[in-house]
Ligand binder design. Structure first.
Ligand code: SF4
Length: 702
């Protein structure tokens, strides 16, 4: 299929100051967990985007000095010449693929906890961070201002010598320049506080100095948050952002426009649960009206139609992407070649973001198992080698996320035949019904993408509406068997808080229910008063609370944890989720664990005072306590022993996904992918070691 001509606008080159962007696809700064200290992982990861057709790829936020240290989170760093050497590898690899390399110079101000460097960050006023608990900055005097501006200049020079084409003076997500611009952070009474001109002074001077230092060699980009959604005290579009764009437009080569501060940056890195693609376009379009320079902006764009329209309508010049480029590094190439149905669309789950929020590990992606595996495992998202044992048939039992991914990759690796057996009529497993929860419709892309790919693979066959017992598997005739039968929510209240079932919890009774019984089992929820027990702490408890409250039930949501759905803090979904539950009058009770369940009644206790009991009128109790693997089939086959399996021609038996251990969908997809990538290794059940970017010292022996 050829490219639709209406998308041609996405492939027109555009000038960014002294540089030329080859098309309108631009991977804006986003974290990946590599920083400057895993230079190979950093370089390979960004280069994959360049290979996939992105015109530019940027580092994550890049600290300019030890005073801007975000440990436990991972930023890039340009503190010294060693960092220059490490990041120059990324620049070189991007240039090999014809892409520009960008670096986002970052000074965190009040938000930098400095847990590694043990420095004290500086900020316009001495106010503790509203993002990083217990972090206080030093209030800057004029010498401090000059010194920190010097840090920017020195880092910009290092960026130039590393080979970067685009140097950001990052003032978004409420980091230092935005702190000066914003009354919430800036309480100064000198020429750096008060009026707009004064609040803008630090950022304007810094841009001037960076431009003077490197501006003939590098393009100068400014990332600006146009609205913090905090009213008068936050950054405001008309009062602050647009005047600032006009003030320094002649100094800037590229505006990277977004919204929000860091304390609620889910308003910018928007979960699909709450926002559709293109949420920031109204703000980006306003900046376009006042600037003469190109505007790039994100919006979780995955549709070529929406991207082209954003440019044609004059809201953007360049399509920025974080998550869509993570989910599909080859998105531009696929649009260019008219392969629209091959695009692996981001689902907006923010699991990638969660890894940054947690700090430390590399980012992962629900849709793209190869993300951050480019260097350490050598995985390419679009290239697959033929398996050395491709002359075998593989039977994959269970077409959930792990089974679908495994079958698809085995097919791409050229296995003779891959038989994907599924008990239900459709593939998808838990992802058949999770997208039916409120706001999670886009999560169905996990199934849709794989269904389309599997349909295209002549050597992969879905066999629906078919259950297999051990005997059927033995007699099937496949040499390799992969069990991917998923998991189920415990029906007796077994949970990780007490390690025991809950007395009276029995989902065979009419008043006790599990998520599957509600979503796909057709079990009726008796009465109006529903108690949900959530020991899981992610999306299931709050999603069912929202669903049942929307349907008119009186919902009480109990959790033994200190807050509901704590993992949704990391995915940036929690603030709006709490707003939603509050508006639906869901009664949230924390530090509460169910002691017993009876028809019409449930009793909970306070986890720090077990004598403190509360009785709940409960027509129904929903158990979201823990999941258990559906492993009976695997165990039955394994218990037969290797000799018995071999006598039936089975040379390999493996299990993947939730069947091995219940996990997030991203980890199940990875598991299926990993097994398929390594199906011809000496022991496919055991992951091959991966390369580690690390310093290895010589031991000095006396
Ligand atoms: Fe998109 Fe989720 Fe992948 Fe992040 S983890 S890029 S939000 S699909």
């Amino acid at each position: 299929m050829a490219r639709d001509p209406k998308h041609d606008v996405l492939f027109e080159p555009i000038r960014i100051g002294p540089k030329t962007l080859r098309n309108r696809f631009y991977q804006v700064p986003h974290c990946n967990g590599a920083g400057s200290e895993k230079p190979n992982a950093q370089a390979w990861n960004r280069a994959m985007r360049a290979e996939g057709g992105w015109g530019a790829s940027c580092t994550e936020y890049c600290s300019i000095h030890p005073e801007s240290d975000d440990t436990m989170r991972i930023s890039a760093r340009l503190w010294d010449e060693d960092d220059v050497r490490n990041l120059s590898l990324m620049c070189d690899k991007l240039h090999e693929h014809g892409a520009l390399a960008g670096v986002e110079l970052w000074y965190g101000g009040a938000h930098a906890p400095c847990m590694e460097s043990r420095c004290v960050p500086r900020a316009p006023s001495q106010l503790p961070s509203d993002f990083e608990h217990l972090t206080y900055p030093k209030e800057m005097d004029k010498d401090d201002i000059r010194e920190v501006q010097g840090f920017y200049v020195a880092a910009a020079r290092r960026a130039r010598s590393a080979g970067f084409d685009i140097v950001y003076v990052y003032g978004s997500h409420s980091y230092l320049p935005q702190q000066f611009l914003t009354p919430f952070y800036n309480k100064r009474t000198d020429e750096y506080g008060g009026s707009f001109e004064n609040r803008a002074r630090f950022w304007r001077e810094t841009i001037e100095q960076v431009r003077e230092a490197v501006g003939d060699d590098c393009a100068i980009a400014v990332r600006i948050s146009t609205d913090m959604f905090m009213g008068e005290i936050g950054t405001q579009l008309e009062r602050d952002a647009l005047p600032f764009v006009e003030l320094v437009d002649n100094l800037v080569d590229l505006w990277d426009v977004n919204v929000s501060g860091i304390s609620e940056w889910g308003e910018d890195a928007t979960p699909s649960r709450f926002y559709e693609s293109g949420r920031q376009l109204p703000w980006q379009g306003r900046v376009k009206q006042v600037t003469k320079k190109p505007v790039v902006g994100v919006g979780r764009f995955t549709s070529a139609d929406v991207m082209a329209e954003a440019i044609r309508s004059g809201k953007l010049d360049i399509i920025g992407a974080c998550r869509p480029s993570i989910s599909d590094p080859f998105l531009p190439t696929k649009i260019s070649e008219g392969r629209y149905d091959d695009i692996r669309e981001c689902i907006g789950c923010n699991i990638c973001v969660s890894r940054w929020e947690i700090g430390g590990p590399p980012a992962v992606c629900t849709q793209n198992a190869t993300f951050m595996e480019e260097y350490r495992r050598g995985w390419h998202p679009e290239k697959f080698t033929k398996a050395e044992n491709a002359d075998n048939d593989v039977l994959v039992v269970g077409a959930g996320p792990a089974g679908m991914e495994c079958a698809m990759i085995l097919g791409k690796r050229g296995m003779r035949r891959v038989h994907l057996l599924e008990a239900e009529k459709e593939m998808g497993g838990i992802m058949r019904w999770i997208p039916l929860l409120p706001g999670l419709g886009e999560w169905a892309r996990v199934v849709n993408y794989r269904k389309i790919q599997i349909d295209k693979l002549k050597n992969v066959e879905l066999i629906p509406s078919t259950r297999a017992d051990a005997n059927a598997v033995l007699k099937y005739g496949a040499e390799i068997v992969v069990i991917a039968t998923g998991a189920y929510w415990a029906t007796n209240g077994l949970n990780g808080a007490t390690s025991e079932p809950i007395p009276g919890a029995d989902a065979s009774l009419p008043h006790v229910l599990t998520p599957e019984q509600i979503m796909v089992g057709g079990k009726e929820i008796p009465g109006e008063r529903v108690v949900i027990l959530d020991n899981d702490g992610y999306f299931m408890g709050v999603s069912l609370a929202e669903k049942l409250a929307t349907e008119g039930k009186q919902v009480t949501l109990l959790t033994h944890l200190g807050e509901v759905a704590p993992y949704m803090k990391f995915t940036l979904e929690l603030p709006n989720m709490l707003r939603k539950l509050h508006s639906l009058h869901v009664n949230i009770v924390t530090h509460a664990m169910l002691q017993s369940i009876e028809p019409g009644r449930a009793v909970s206790y306070h986890v720090f005072d077990p004598e403190h009991l509360t009785e709940w009128d409960a027509d129904a109790v929903v158990l979201i306590t823990q999941r258990r693997s559906n492993e009976a089939l695997y165990r039955e086959l394994k218990d037969l022993g290797t000799d018995a399996l071999r006598s039936e021609g089975i040379i390999g038996l493996y299990r993947i996904g939730d069947c091995l251990a219940p996990r997030m969908v991203a980890d199940c997809v990875f598991d299926g992918h990993r097994l398929a990538r390594e199906i011809d290794s000496p022991d496919p059940a055991v992951p091959k070691p991966f390369l580690r970017d690390r310093k290895v010292i010589e031991l000095l022996r006396a």
